[in-house]
Each structure stands twice: as structure tokens, then as C-alpha cells.
Ligand binder design. Sequence first.
Ligand code: 5GP
Length: 193
Amino acid sequence: MSDASPSTARIPDEYLPNIDKVLIPAEDIAAKLDELAAEIDRDYAGRELLLVGVLKGAIFVVSDLHRRLGVPAAVDFMAVSSYGSATTSSGVVRILKDLDTQIEGQDVLVVEDIVDSGLTLDYLLKNLRSRRPASVEVLSLLTKPSRREVDLPIRYVGFEVPDVFVVGYGLDFAEHYRGLSDIVTLKPEAYGG
Ligand code: 5GP
């Protein structure tokens, strides 16, 4: 993370009272995506990738990563809903939008915003593997290792975060805060925590 003081300049005034602090500034996210894209380029040299973005939280990770890749990559999206409270997942997952394409024989990279308990991703990986891709790996911008309930192979991790509720850069609370450039924490009273 950056040594510079995190700035709140890009946060709408309406959101400011609810925000606790900037956890990961946009500049750090960009630098991390540069690193991860270079690693992916090395790992997949001579191959073609299918990026599978998990809606809606991964929208910015997918687009910012995709533009940095040197290997040819196609992109597709899935939307899943995991039942549970507003801030925790139950592991019961429903597919709201499936892939448009067949993935049999393809090198798939699932792109996630955050892996918390891991239950949603566990379901998704089992589902995707049943379609016989050549390979399936995972990139998650954020991970909360202390919350993990299932052991998951996350090949590319952006940042480990503590057990706090974060929003911004694709992550929402009740559809708010998704468009923030930075990843921030909310005051507990702002999400009923
Ligand atoms: P899991 O199944 O790993 O517990 O939860 C995964 C999903 O829960 C994420 O894709 C995300 O939608 C949501 N989630 C988990 N932790 C956070 C968080 O700190 N902030 C936000 N906004 N969503 C979270």
C-alpha cells in the first residue's frame, strides 16, 4: 500500500459521513493490477484466456485487468446471488446470468472482487469445472483469509484485507459506493454492523 496519505477527493460528498477510511487507494489498485497482469502474461504465454467476471462486483477489476493483458483474452460474465444477510453469504448460490459461451477446452480465469467465506466461489468453481475447461484459475482483487470456511486455490490475489466490510471499486452496499475509485471501509452504523 502507498505511503502517501489516502485522499478522499473522489468520494461524493453524500457518502463522506458514512466512510470510515480509505483502505486501498486507487493508485495502489492500479499498481497491483500491473503486477498481476504481468504475472498472467508470463503464466499464459502462447495461450488464449477466457476471463469470467463475476457480476457486479468484478466489473472494474475485469475491465482494468483486461486492458493490461498482453495475452489474447476474451471476456464473459456470470451473475450469481448468494443468499444470506446483506453482509454475509450463506453458500446457497443461484445463477442469475450464465455464460454466453461454451468453455469446454478453454483456459478460464475467474475474476472476482472479493473472496470472503469462499462459499460463493466454491460453488462457482465446481459448476465451471463440470463444463470441462482445459483449466480454471482464480484472480481475486481482495481476500479475507480470516473469514475462509472452505479451502480454495486463488492463484492471483491483489490484497489481503482484515475482517472488515469494504466498498468501492465495484463493491457495493445496497448498490451504493460501487463507483468509488478507492476501496474504503464504512462506519459500522452505515451498514448495520
Ligand atoms: P463469500 O461467499 O466468499 O462469503 O462472499 C462472496 C461475496 O460476498 C462477494 O462476492 C461479495 O459480493 C460479498 N462480500 C463479501 N465481503 C464483502 C465486503 O467486505 N464488502 C462487500 N461490499 N461485499 C462483500
